[in-house]
Design a protein around this ligand. Structure first.
Ligand SMILES: C[S@@+](CC[C@H](N)C(=O)[O-])C[C@H]1O[C@@H](n2cnc3c(N)ncnc32)[C@H](O)[C@@H]1O
Length: 287
């Protein structure tokens, strides 16, 4: 009986949240996959708010790039179960949308739900064929999970997939993450929605803090996942900007906390995008 009441209550709550999301974004598909771990019953409306905020920032990045026409080809990688992709589909119904993921179930969901072309991605990502000629690439919460050795090749892979006038918008964990890992209580809106120490062990969190103090960047594996390249990465803006420039791109905008707990970057191809091994970091570029 209690279970039935809980599920009826949830269904009612969800109807309200979905109605509000479609009222704010015409044509939004509100189906959420059962396995989408970006959705939380603790704050269901947050799922759509996160997508809406990212879309607004991406539209701003396109305006700043003086893109006159709506994007014709869009890559969302990693697309997860389409938390953002649904906003792209509603906003640019004519666009060809490519959605890349490692999780086959997520790839299949995005393909059938949002009419996306969804190739299976690979680890490491730069070995995956992600297509090219994109006017817009969105990469939310990807570099937030990889060690330094992944940054330049991933960014370079994206750079090569952009059109000359295309824009890449991606997120990083920056200064707020560094301070939270040191125990700061200055970010209650972030600590309310993330697990303690970003789900790292004390030693893992301590390692990141020390490494940032030394270099501006820190990475740790999640507990008991020492062989998994997918952990937690925190990068101060200067460190991240150096990698962007070294990957053959120019920073158009960096916004601290631009996407809730994460920083947002919008970057474009530099005049000539060279192989990352041939490029020397020259500092903070257009930042
Ligand atoms: C935190 S989730 C973010 C998903 C989505 N961007 C969102 O904001 O809802 C990170 C995702 O990255 C995916 N991922 C990790 N490595 C990948 C790779 N090499 N290629 C594609 N996706 C990858 C994971 O499977 C996971 O779904």
């Amino acid at each position: 009986m209690a279970r039935l009441r809980l599920s009826l209550g949830r269904a009612r709550r969800m109807r309200k949240v979905r109605r509000s999301a479609t009222n704010q974004t015409l044509g939004l598909i509100t189906t959420i996959a059962a396995r989408d771990d970006m959705f939380s019953w603790a704050y269901p409306a947050g799922y759509f708010a996160t997508g809406r905020v990212a879309l607004a920032k991406i539209q701003q990045a396109l305006l700043e790039k003086e893109a006159d026409d709506p994007p014709k080809r869009i890559l969302d990688l990693p697309c997860g179960y389409g938390r953002l992709l649904r906003y792209f589909r509603a906003t640019w119904p004519e666009a060809e949308i490519v959605a890349g993921e490692l999780v086959p179930d997520a790839v299949a969901f995005c393909q059938r739900t949002f009419s996306a072309t969804a190739p299976q991605s690979k680890e490491p990502l730069w070995e995956a064929d992600i297509g090219g000629n994109y006017d817009l690439i969105w990469s939310g919460s990807l570099l937030t999970h990889f060690d330094e050795d992944h940054w330049k090749p991933i960014l370079h892979h994206f750079a090569e997939a952009l059109t000359v006038r295309g824009v890449l918008v991606f997120s990083t964990i920056g200064k707020s993450g560094y301070e939270i890992l040191q125990g700061s209580d200055a970010y209650p809106w972030i600590t309310a929605v993330i697990p303690p120490r970003y789900a790292l062990s004390d030693a893992g969190a301590g390692h990141i803090v020390q490494s940032i103090a030394d270099t501006g960047f820190g990475y740790s594996h999640y507990p008991d996942h020492d062989d998994d390249p997918y952990g937690l990465a925190v990068a101060l803006p200067e460190w991240a900007a150096d990698r962007i420039v070294a990957s053959g791109m120019t920073v158009v905008r960096h916004e601290e906390g631009g996407w809730g707990s994460q920083d947002l970057w919008s970057v474009t191809r530099s005049a000539r995008t060279e192989h990352p091994d041939d490029v020397t970091a020259t500092g903070i570029g257009g930042y």
